[in-house]
Design a protein around this ligand. Structure first.
Ligand code: C5P
Length: 419
């Protein structure tokens, strides 16, 4: 398969453990092949009890084997690990992580782990008791201390009637975080452990009547990317989400859904005092209809009635004021976003600088929008401006990569504030 334009063809090993979530990994393999990467799938013996080798071979376009003793002449157990640019282990079962910690090499996957010098991403999936068992907790700590990335799993429905922590993150999320590690191998270090991060994302919907609303094109991708990267860097994340076009919720994130700007304002104002960092990535409607009709507005003979609008609260400015008034701790870091186009009064950056001063937040992420940029796309570019006067350009890249750069600035500010 040809590489996507501009993308580099990389060697990716997908190690599949023996858990029911093995079937979801088929979509992750697809994600990599569609990007033009060379994918080698190495299942464990027990993984093949869930998904057959033929499925993995068809999806990856490469032969699949579990044993060190197959095709010995190719010395696959050494070659695959050495040439890999990324190893993704999903689902990473308790047993597979224990074997990796012990340095076992009794199948092709564990042998490959011993020869890989590239980033290794473990994506655990198991029952909650197994995830929380001290043996697994210790194994995860050892893998992380050796430089591997071990994702925190999602909470939710497990096999059967069980619910709890231990669910495999959505395949799309595994794909996004894998791409992030390919672009930036150290992007998911756990430097935000224990930091409480409150993020708003998506667009608000301002009701006109029970079926209609005024809305905007925000996809929520940048806010969701911030939530997923912050959570995997160890933060305790609450995501207050408006309308989004997102498949699935980020793993290990507490998600609260809202519709209107006023609902968003209530949630953010109530939750901000308990946060160390507040990030306003939502596209908040500046105006809302003065009244909401109780019944669906009829066409009528007189044609459309004008819609009278009133101004919504500026939530970001309100949070900054609340901090100044002592209602939010002084150490809380407040981050705003600005979607700007240049005009006769100045360029994108000029408008961003003026907005940072006007809003009074600590960090302002400035995106250049218009002509298909930023809104709804997977990529983003811009600047991160700080109240201290620093201006960091963020080169064009995925919104996940942008999120990791924004969180670097946040992480750098957090210790200063912990008094
Ligand atoms: O002034 P402007 O809408 O460009 O500012 C954008 C920033 O302000 C974003 O961080 C957005 O989430 C926030 N905002 C807000 N309340 C509004 C409008 C925007 O918090 N009513």
């Amino acid at each position: 398969m040809a590489s996507a334009p501009g993308a580099e063809r990389r060697h990716i090993v997908v190690g599949v453990g023996g858990g029911i979530a093995a079937y979801k990994v088929c979509s992750v393999i697809r994600h990599f092949t569609e990007a033009g990467h060379d994918v080698r799938v190495i299942p464990t013996r027990s993984a093949l009890r869930f998904v057959g080798a033929a499925t993995f071979e068809a999806l990856s376009g490469n032969p699949v084997t579990t044993e060190v003793f197959d095709n010995v002449d190719e010395v696959a157990h050494v070659a695959l690990g050495r040439q890999a640019d990324l190893v993704v282990i999903a689902p990473a079962t308790a047993d597979l992580m224990a074997r990796a910690v012990a340095g076992r090499a009794d199948d092709l996957l564990t042998a490959t782990l011993l020869t890989a010098h590239c980033p290794v991403l473990f994506v655990p999936a198991m029952h909650t008791e197994m995830w929380e068992h001290p043996a697994t907790v210790a194994n995860v700590a050892v893998l992380r201390s050796r430089g591997a990335t071990v994702l925190t799993p999602a909470s939710g429905r497990l096999t059967g009637a069980d619910t709890g922590a231990g669910r495999l993150p959505e395949p799309t999320e595994i794909g996004l975080l894998s791409d992030l590690l390919l672009a930036r191998p150290d992007a998911l270090v756990r430097d935000l452990a224990g930091v409480r991060v409150l993020i708003s994302a998506g667009g608000t919907r301002e009701a006109l009547d029970p079926v209609r609303y005024l809305g905007n094109h925000s996809s929520g991708k940048q806010g969701y990317a911030l939530a997923r990267v912050a959570a995997q860097r160890g933060a305790e994340v609450t995501l207050v989400s408006g309308a989004v076009s997102q498949p699935g919720e980020p793993a290990a994130v507490d998600v609260v859904h809202i519709d209107s700007a006023r609902e968003l304002s209530e949630e953010m104002t109530a939750r901000a005092p308990a946060a160390d960092v507040v990030i306003m990535a939502a596209a908040v409607a500046d105006f809302r209809p003065v009244g909401v009709a109780g019944a669906k507005i009829k066409k009528g003979d007189a044609g459309p009635a004008p819609i009278e609008l009133t101004t919504n609260p500026d939530i970001l400015a309100g949070l900054v004021r609340a901090r100044a008034a002592g209602e939010i701790p002084a150490r809380t870091i407040i981050v705003g976003f600005a979607a700007e186009t240049g005009d006769a009064d100045g360029g994108v950056l000029d408008h961003g600088r003026a907005k940072l001063r006007r809003k009074g937040c600590d960090l302002l992420v400035v995106n250049a929008v218009g002509e298909g940029r930023a809104f709804g796309t997977d990529d983003n570019t811009g600047w991160i401006l700080t109240a201290a006067g620093t201006e960091t350009g963020v080169p064009y890249g995925s919104k996940t990569l942008m999120a990791s750069r924004i969180l670097d600035e946040v992480a750098a500010s957090v210790p200063d504030r912990q008094d």
